[in-house]
Ligand binder design. Structure first.
Ligand SMILES: *[C@@H]1O[C@H](CO)[C@@H](O)[C@H](O)[C@H]1NC(C)=O
Ligand SMILES: *[C@@H]1O[C@H](CO)[C@@H](O)[C@H](O)[C@H]1NC(C)=O
Ligand SMILES: CC(=O)N[C@H]1CO[C@H](CO)[C@@H](O)[C@@H]1O
Length: 617
């Protein structure tokens, strides 16, 4: 087939469609790429016949000394040549304790599927595409040797996530040697290995760098994403896709804000009425098997699924059953109006401190959760945004406060709240087979400036900071030796920057936090601004939060990604630089997330990806 182009009377040229490697006729491209090694960027050039230009992917793998690795490893040496192979030609040899080995076998399957997904012709559940490939490509294989020395199969704050990855290539084989203390390190190595591979479009194969030495470990132990499944519901598939993307970024904590005052989607076998009354619908419920599957799905991807049961505020729908059951009110102010007087957003609801039966049910909730989420190494108690006016305008609570001689002052209420918190901790510990685990709690009135240690003990609680990067409380918490997790909303709230949902204008934490703001948010720099005497080991890490008032499955991926990847490099690599030098790698990594099935937002026109370094300000 040929297309003859003419301009006026002058015949300019004839362009022929040419067969691709798999035989599809298509228009050839005059463009290719050449590495500018001094700048480490790929320059787009027109083919002249004598030039040997590369595809963009091949150039990217080779050109920048940082490759296309994300998050950037601690120590990297990349060889500069590639070899082609097809993703079915991967073999493995695992040396590990049997329980670790079974996790590694699952991680290997995930790795191989990820390689397949780089290929545009890959269709899930269909026989692999058939080529044609040249004999040299077919003769080459990728062999992976994994050695894990430790036996641990669960992630804790003490888990060693480091790994070594060495790649060498002989005539017919590329060997990747992975050595790690734990399963978690080894599976991170597989993620890194998958980033040494790219799709080669001219030849319709994969290619891998021939020689690589990487030694890697994270800067921070806690690297999280929060998803709120109460304001809006997300399907198990959507949560799994989130875990896939987290794994690709070596994020290790899925903080599941599973319930709130809006809905109660967590089905507890011992308290089925919570979801009966509290779920948005019968199909918007996480059944026990769903939750256990999600916990396992996370673990094989290096992720702890961290459950939060937010209390004593942020409860409501789901608790209505108790009154009919003769238990009295376990929650008060549920859906009460006008909401502005009793909570920060509709609908309202808080636990009833005056009703001792509330503690029985709370204990049962913890029992149910331990059963679903075990093994639990951290538990989130929530503990934010208690509205004193709700309690103080509820006769039952006011009478109870007076009968006890507490009075009705703010301090009296905070004191009762702290007693509630300590009872909750004991109930949880009992439910957790008496195993104490660190509790996480949001910054709130209980952590108020000047008295952060009055109500909470620094050995029992980790504080998650959601106030801004200039809040002096951060310095105080660190000076008082609290371990902290950063989620300061001025950088790490991913729900900000859309229209308001109560009233008009923009939502409360606008503007939108661009990936640059997410990337530049350095917990160590923030802390150094507010205290000079703290121990950096108290900063466990950070977490980006996606509160779900204005998001559901339709826009989940684009809210989280690729900004979650910017968070990931901050927490894994803790670069000394800000976002600028990371930009080209970031744009490429975003493409990779899309190849892996994540609907990550576009950051720039594709022109910028093809013309590196030219979209500067
Ligand atoms: C609770 O209400 C009483 C009046 O009924 C008032 O004196 C007291 O200050 C209120 N307490 C709080 C914490 O608002
Ligand atoms: C540190 O404080 C200075 C002065 O208030 C401010 O300009 C800067 O942005 C702060 N840095 C961080 C990382 O918060
Ligand atoms: C080296 C090697 O194992 N090559 C195999 C790659 O896969 C193709 C097709 O599945 C086989 O024909 C090759 O023998």
């Amino acid at each position: 087939m040929q297309i003859c182009c003419s301009a006026g009377l002058l015949l300019i040229s004839c362009l022929f469609l040419v067969p691709s490697a798999s035989g599809v006729l298509q228009l050839p491209s005059p463009w290719g790429f050449r590495c500018d090694a001094t700048k480490g960027i790929c320059i787009k050039k027109e083919r002249t016949g004598v030039d040997t230009l590369q595809t963009l992917n091949r150039c990217k793998l080779n050109c920048d000394r940082k490759g296309v690795l994300w998050p950037y490893p601690k120590s990297v040496s990349l060889g500069s040549d590639t070899v082609e192979f097809i993703p079915t030609n991967v073999t493995k040899n695992i040396i590990a304790h049997p329980q670790v080995e079974s996790l590694l076998l699952e991680a290997m399957q995930i790795f191989q599927r990820n390689l397949h997904m780089y290929h545009p012709k890959f269709v899930e559940n269909e026989a692999a595409w058939a080529g044609p490939w040249d004999p040299e490509t077919l003769a080459h294989k990728l062999h992976i040797d994994i050695t894990v020395t430790g036996q641990d199969t669960r992630l804790t704050l003490d888990t060693d996530e480091s790994y070594r990855l060495d790649v060498v290539t002989s005539d017919s084989q590329t060997t990747a040697q992975i050595a790690a203390q734990t399963f978690f390190g080894a599976r991170h190595a597989l993620e890194t290995l998958s980033q040494l591979v790219e799709y080669e479009e001219n030849r319709e194969t994969l290619m891998i760098l021939r020689s690589v030495n990487i030694h890697d470990e994270p800067a921070f132990k806690y690297r999280g994403i929060l998803l709120d499944t109460s304001r809006n519901f997300f399907t198990v598939k959507e949560i799994e896709r989130t875990l896939d993307a987290m794994a690709a970024n070596k994020l290790n904590t899925f903080h599941w804000h599973i319930t709130d005052s809006h809905s109660f989607p967590m089905h507890l076998a011992n308290l089925p009425k919570m979801t009966y009354y509290g779920a948005y619908s019968s199909s918007q419920i996480y059944y026990p098997s769903d939750i256990r599957n999600i916990v396992h799905y996370g673990r094989v991807r290096g992720i702890r699924v961290l459950p939060e049961f937010d209390a004593p505020a942020h409860v409501g729908n789901g608790w209505q059953w108790a009154e009919q059951q003769g238990l009295g009110k376990l929650a008060v102010c549920v859906n009460r109006e006008p909401w502005q007087s009793y909570c920060v957003e509709p609908p309202c609801g808080q636990l009833n401190l005056a009703n001792p039966k509330m503690y029985d049910v709370l204990g049962q909730i913890y029992n149910g959760m331990v059963d679903l989420f075990s093994p639990i190494d951290l538990f989130h108690y929530g503990g934010d945004e208690v509205n004193l006016n709700c309690w103080n305008t509820t006769d039952e609570i006011v009478n109870w406060m007076n009968e006890q001689g507490n009075g009705l002052t703010e301090d009296a209420y905070y004191n009762q709240w702290s007693i509630f918190q300590e009872k909750s901790r004991q109930l949880f510990t009992d439910a957790n087979n008496k195993q104490e685990v660190p509790g996480i709690i949001w910054t709130s009135h209980l952590t108020e400036a000047g008295r952060a240690d009055q109500y909470l003990s620094n050995s029992k609680y980790i504080i998650q900071i959601w106030t801004t990067d200039s809040d002096p409380l951060i310095g105080e918490l660190l000076d008082k030796k609290f371990r902290v997790i950063f989620s300061n909303y001025d950088h790490w709230y991913l729900d900000c920057g859309v229209g308001a949902w109560v009233g008009e204008g923009n939502n409360w934490c606008s503007p939108y936090k661009g990936w640059q703001a997410v990337y530049d948010n350095s917990p160590l720099k923030i802390a150094a601004n507010l205290t000079t005497t703290y121990d950096p080991a108290l900063i466990l890490g950070g977490e980006a939060a996606l509160w779900s008032e204005q998001v559901d499955g339709t826009s989940l991926d684009s809210r989280l990604w690729p900004r979650g990847a910017a968070l990931a490099e901050r927490l894994w690599s803790n670069p000394s630089n800000n976002w600028e030098p990371a930009e080209t790698r970031f744009i490429h990594h975003r493409q990779r997330l899309v190849q892996r099935g994540i609907q990550a937002d576009r950051i720039q026109p594709q022109w910028c990806h093809q013309n590196e370094g030219l979209c500067y300000l």
